[in-house]
Design a protein around this ligand. Structure first.
Ligand SMILES: Nc1ncnc2c1ncn2[C@@H]1O[C@H](COP(=O)(O)OP(=O)(O)OP(=O)(O)O)[C@@H](O)[C@H]1O
Length: 326
């Protein structure tokens, strides 16, 4: 397995003021020390509740944000310390697919121009081959080439996402960060787009980072899954291990709060693991950040930060008392 991406203790702390009223500046710790690797051709799912830092992590990997601390290596090149000019030359290697294709596509541009734009901007194609390449990309994502003169609003949500995917593929990227690409779509369309992404992954040997709120959304597409809580990865393992034997109480809570057939069971099951609201990332709890919501927390959890360590083969968990098989 070839390693494509490596994150070393990556942090993004946003300056959120506070200095007018208080002596010290306040920082929102959106991403607070994430280390992980992604292998070529795999899909790493990243899940967690709203505000846990998933999109910020995606933007850091894309080079759209500079980390406050830490390093991001793409094929052994440290992209976090690259100058903007050099990063521009590497940008074609990593692309992003967004949740809402409507807002990410220019409404005044025809589909042909939306897909052609990166090819023209990066000067990777001559005029004679442009039409052939754009049509090739449209066919690749299952769009009828006779629609190439239409505007985004003339397409359905699923078709618009296909346009977004075609645009992301134009420069033959190696890595695509998919930021909740199906959560705005109808359930029936979601599986079509997920199947398309899987097909394209095999066809073009793509590597995906697939961001979503809940575990069900990443279950089918992911090889491994990382669970995020308040800026940290708290569990990272294969999807099989994660669903069979979640070791972090937060993951167990996410799994038990999945929709189940008997609605009367739902709230009980959720409360079993997760009490209260997610704390503020400006002032996160000391020690294990999850201790305020964890039914198993002890004094140690209130003081000591658990590091992400391998508790079973390839199964990383940041918990002082990981859940083990009975
Ligand atoms: N530019 C910014 N300045 C200040 N705070 C920010 C900025 N961008 C994100 N944040 C904050 O960082 C935290 C993480 O945000 P992020 O969008 O990464 O979370 P998320 O897990 O993707 O959430 P969602 O699922 O709702 O998109 C949030 O508290 C958010 O308000």
């Amino acid at each position: 397995m070839t390693q494509l991406l490596k994150l070393e203790n990556v942090k993004k702390h946003f300056d959120v003021g506070g200095y007018l009223l208080k002596k010290n500046k306040e920082y929102l710790k959106a991403v607070d020390g994430v280390s992980l690797t992604v292998n070529q051709g795999e899909t790493l799912g990243i899940v967690g509740e709203s505000g846990c830092g998933k999109s910020t992590l995606g933007n850091l990997i894309m080079g759209l944000l500079k980390p406050t601390e830490g390093n991001i290596f793409f094929e052994d090149t440290n992209i976090s310390s690259m100058k903007e000019k050099d990063l521009k030359n590497r940008r074609s290697d990593f692309q992003m697919i967004f949740q809402d294709p409507f807002s990410s596509l220019n409404p005044r541009m025809r589909v042909f121009d939306i897909i052609a734009e990166p090819l023209i901007t990066h000067k990777v194609i001559n005029k004679d081959n442009l039409k052939k390449r754009v049509f090739e990309l449209m066919e690749d994502v299952g769009l009828d080439t006779s629609y190439s003169n239409r505007f985004p609003h003339e397409f359905s949500g699923g078709q618009r996402q296909r346009i977004g995917i075609a645009r992301a593929l134009t420069l033959k990227p190696k890595l695509i960060v998919c930021d909740e690409p199906v959560s705005a779509l109808d359930v029936s369309i979601q599986s079509q787009i997920l199947n398309l992404l899987s097909t394209l992954q095999k066809r073009h040997n793509l590597t995906f980072i697939f961001i979503a709120h809940g575990l069900p959304a990443v279950k089918h597409i992911s090889d491994r899954i990382g669970v995020m809580y308040l800026g940290n990865i708290v569990e990272l393992t294969t999807k099989e291990q994660l669903f069979k034997q979640p070791m972090h109480p937060y993951t167990a809570g996410l799994l038990s709060s999945q929709p189940i057939s008997d609605p009367s069971m739902r709230s009980d099951r959720k409360e079993e693991y997760m009490e209260g609201d997610i704390p503020s990332p400006v002032n996160p709890p000391k020690g294990c950040k999850f201790h305020t919501r964890c039914p198993y927390a002890t004094d140690k959890c209130k003081e000591e930060v658990p590091s992400l360590t391998e508790k079973d083969t390839g199964h990383l968990v940041a918990c002082h008392y990981p859940l083990l098989e009975p």
